[in-house]
Design a binder for this molecule. Structure first.
Ligand SMILES: [Zn+2]
Length: 355
């Protein structure tokens, strides 16, 4: 293990330990940040969703603060950033803003934060393309795409009409982006005590960036290896047929090899040791989900809406409906990609039949 700074109670477990161990540190309170390494600080901002917060990070570099992720574009998030910039982050400039992926809770406030700080925004090409596409849709255009997608899913006409009328929901949570610096896995971020390399994976989003410092066994996984909830695995509105779960399985198989001494630092909930164990758990979770769908499909052809009702048997807000239906579809696509199901379209609705 590194003899550099480690936070209190952060004694890493042995590589072979078989339990996940949360880092024994309280999450940062509003307006505060907590050190995870001598050049990495954890912030937590409140969000108005069931997932009621997001973890944001500040890397300490020779040029100032390098921030990771931004929150949605809202007054509440603006106030939380102002408190950080006037408080723990004051005294040094912000020299860069990394956006891990296009989801509104990560990218939404990036444009405004760039404007306030004058710092460049760094993103991977795929996520930048996805964010730009989502931001470019008119209300009518986005509403039509959503409505047509939900109709194909077999959701009730009333829901389809309501969602069609809602316009561009993404724009309600995200502001336009400034010129973005596109980076790939050859880029490196130099911080005061280490070097961070981005990696790009498909699953929770199409080209999600996470960051690791192998010398110090630190992995900022953002939304791909969350400790408590299963990251949402969704098809995107632009790529309804893609096997996102297949890609995510590939990521999880790789992460399964991660030894327990690595500190895994997520976009929600808490940092922990045991990323390999978590990856194995998530593989099991999705295997069980697929089995639920195989069982449900024995009674006849299944729409995406049927699959959603099987996997998410609780009441959903419109915000949650989007993630739940697109996740159900990702599982059906995976069964189709494995040759276990076949898609048949009837009256513009997709039906999945067991082969
Ligand atoms: Zn996300």
């Amino acid at each position: 293990m590194s003899d550099r700074f480690m936070p209190p109670h952060a004694v890493p477990p042995h590589a072979t330990d078989e339990v996940m161990t949360p880092l024994a540190i309280d999450p940062p309170k509003a307006g505060e940040m907590v050190a995870l390494a001598d050049d990495l600080y954890w912030m937590r901002f409140a969000l108005p969703f069931r997932l009621n917060h997001i973890n944001l990070y500040a890397f300490d570099t020779r040029d100032g603060w390098l921030l990771l992720d931004c929150g949605i574009n809202s007054e509440a998030i603006a106030n939380q950033w102002q408190a950080m910039l006037d408080g723990p982050l004051s005294g040094k400039p912000v020299c860069g803003i990394i956006v891990s992926h296009y989801h509104a809770d990560h990218v939404g406030y990036a444009g405004m934060l760039a404007e306030i700080t004058g710092a460049p925004v760094y993103m991977g090409a795929i996520e930048y393309g996805q964010a730009s596409w989502s931001l470019a849709q008119t209300d009518a255009g986005y509403g039509d795409i959503m409505g047509n997608t939900y109709a194909r899913f077999g959701l009730p006409d009333g829901v389809v009409a309501r969602i069609r009328a809602q316009g561009n929901y993404f724009r309600k949570l995200s502001r336009d982006l400034p010129a973005v610096t596109i980076i790939d896995e050859n880029h490196q971020f130099y911080t005061k005590s280490g070097v961070w390399t981005p990696r790009f994976d498909t699953g929770h989003s199409p080209g999600h960036m996470s960051l690791f410092d192998a010398d110090r066994k630190l992995y900022v996984c953002v939304d791909f290896l969350l400790p408590r909830i299963s990251p949402n695995i969704s098809v995107s509105l632009r790529a309804m047929e893609v096997d996102m779960l297949g890609h995510y399985y590939q990521y999880l198989e790789e992460m399964r090899q991660l030894d327990n001494r690595w500190l895994v630092i997520p976009g929600h909930d808490w940092p922990y040791f045991g990323g390999g164990i978590r990856a194995a758990d998530l593989i099991e979770h999705h295997n069980a989900r697929l089995q639920q769908l195989r069982d449900a499909a024995t009674t006849g052809p299944m729409t995406t809406a049927n699959a959603m009702a099987t996997l998410f048997a609780f009441e959903l807000t419109d915000h949650e409906l989007f993630f739940a239906s697109c996740e159900a579809r990702a599982h059906l696509n995976h069964l189709a990609a494995r040759g276990e199901m076949r898609i048949v379209q009837k009256a513009e609705i997709d039906y999945f039949n067991l082969c």
